[in-house]
Design a protein around this ligand. Structure first.
Ligand SMILES: Cc1cc2nc3c(=O)[nH]c(=O)nc-3n(C[C@H](O)[C@H](O)[C@H](O)COP(=O)(O)O)c2cc1C
Ligand SMILES: Cc1ncc(COP(=O)(O)O)c(C=O)c1O
Length: 192
């Protein structure tokens, strides 16, 4: 068996990119507030490797507030076409300014403007208000590159635990658990 969960992740992810009808990088991100109350939402994976799994979002959103109070996260991929899930857990930190800048610069201009216009997760009185804010940002940045907003950037989940789940007949599934301790990964199986 492989003792490297990242090689296995790469191989499953490559298969998901071939077989999923859309968004193979869609992943549920679970966080919890200071009292331990959980919340979960979908995000898109935009980078990964042994250093962790990176997503981008608004750093004043609900998830950001929870991560500030409790910097731990869990990610869940479910690739229905492959009947597989991957669970990833670990501490969460900000991506570097350099990688957030680089990712932001790669986004479409309207998505960049949307990041300026959206006060993500805060109450919005009408769609019209949002459209007016978007129009105002479009005018503000006309004729220039759109810089990364100070309230927008990446988060990295650095895994301490990764579980690969493969569906098998009669619910006799296969579960491979990788756990990191003192920088080393060990692998074991779990009952399904
Ligand atoms: C498939 C999918 C992908 C999404 N990707 C992102 C993402 O990468 N970043 C993001 O901020 N929101 C993304 N969203 C929206 C989030 O699910 C969520 O509505 C938003 O981030 C606010 O979450 P919060 O209130 O918990 O902070 C995505 C939604 C879906 C359905
Ligand atoms: C609000 C929001 N921010 C960021 C993203 C990340 O994806 P992208 O950079 O491809 O827009 C998404 C994806 O759905 C999103 O809904």
């Amino acid at each position: 068996m492989s003792d490297d969960p990242f090689t296995l992740f790469d191989s499953w992810y490559a298969e998901a990119k071939q077989s999923e009808p859309n968004d193979p990088n869609a992943v549920a991100l679970a966080t919890a507030d200071a009292e331990g109350r959980p919340s979960v939402r979908m995000v898109l994976l935009k980078g990964h490797g042994p250093d962790g799994f990176v997503i981008y979002t608004n750093r004043e959103s609900r998830k950001a507030g929870e991560l500030a109070a409790n910097p731990q996260g869990a990610l869940l991929f479910h690739w229905k076409s492959l009947r597989r899930q991957i669970r990833i857990e670990g501490p969460v930190s900000w991506a570097t300014d350099e990688e957030s800048d680089a990712y932001f610069a790669s986004r479409g201009r309207d998505s960049q403007l949307g990041a300026w216009a959206s006060e993500q997760s805060r109450p919005l009185d009408s769609r019209e208000t949002f459209e007016q804010r978007f129009a105002a940002m479009t005018a503000k940045f006309e004729g220039q590159d759109v810089p990364r907003p100070p309230h927008w950037g990446g988060y990295r989940v650095k895994p301490t635990r990764i579980e690969f789940w493969q569906d098998r007949a009669h619910r006799l599934h296969e579960r491979r658990l990788f756990v990191r301790e003192d920088g080393n990964w060990s692998e074991g199986l779990l009952f399904p």
